[in-house]
Design a protein around this ligand. Structure first.
Ligand code: S3P
Length: 169
C-alpha cells in the first residue's frame, strides 16, 4: 500500500457523506480523523445550529477557518472532513489544495434532494433558505469544489465503494 503523507481533505455539499466516509478511510489507513464542524462545536461548546443561532454565520466561518488551517499545519497526515461551505473560502481552498490531498465527493442535485429532509434539523442553511435558493447555492459551489484535484461521483456508489475509491486513487 502507498504511504499517505498528506492530509486527505474531503470536500463537497452537506449530506454527501464526508464524515461517514472520512471515518472509514481514516480507519482503513490508520490515520486520525477530524471533522471541521466537530472541531468548531468542541471549541465553542455548542452545536453548529446553536452557533449560527447565537453568534451568527460569520462567527462560525471564522472559527471554521482557524480549525481547518490548524489541522493542515500539523506534520502528521490525517483525514479531514470539511463542512460544506468551508471550501468556498479562498484561503482554505488554497491551503487544502497545496498541503492536502483534496477530494471532491460529488452528488447530483436529484440524489441530494432525496436526503434534504433528513439534513434539515441540523443544517441551519437549509432552515433559512428555500429549495430554489439552496439549488442556486449548490450549483454555485460545484465550480469551487471542482478545483479539488480529485473528484469522485458518488451517486451510484455504496459507502464502501467510495472508501475503496479514495484508497485506490
Ligand atoms: C454548511 C455545511 C455544514 C456546516 C454548516 C454550514 C454549508 O457541514 O458546516 O451547517 O455551508 O454548506 P456539512 O457539510 O458537514 O453538513
Amino acid at each position: 500500500m502507498k504511504t499517505q503523507n498528506k492530509t486527505i481533505v474531503l470536500v463537497g455539499f452537506m449530506g454527501v457523506g464526508k464524515t461517514t466516509i472520512g471515518k472509514k478511510v481514516a480507519k482503513a489507513l490508520d490515520l486520525t480523523f477530524n471533522d471541521s464542524d466537530k472541531l468548531v462545536e468542541e471549541k465553542v461548546g455548542l452545536t453548529v445550529k446553536e452557533i449560527f443561532d447565537v453568534h451568527g454565520e460569520i462567527y462560525f466561518r471564522g472559527l471554521e477557518e482557524a480549525m481547518i488551517l490548524s489541522c493542515l499545519s500539523e506534520d502528521q497526515p490525517q483525514v479531514l472532513a470539511l463542512g460544506g461551505g468551508a471550501f468556498i473560502n479562498d484561503r482554505i481552498r488554497e491551503v487544502c489544495i497545496e498541503k492536502g490531498d483534496a477530494i471532491f465527493l460529488k452528488i447530483s442535485w436529484e440524489e441530494w434532494k432525496k436526503r434534504a429532509d433528513d439534513l434539515r434539523p441540523t443544517r441551519p442553511l437549509l432552515q433559512k433558505n428555500s429549495e430554489d435558493e439552496i439549488h442556486t447555492l449548490f450549483e454555485a459551489r460545484q465550480q469551487l469544489y471542482s478545483q479539488a484535484p480529485t473528484t469522485i461521483v458518488t451517486d451510484n456508489l455504496t459507502i464502501e465503494e467510495i472508501v475503496e475509491a479514495i484508497q485506490q486513487r
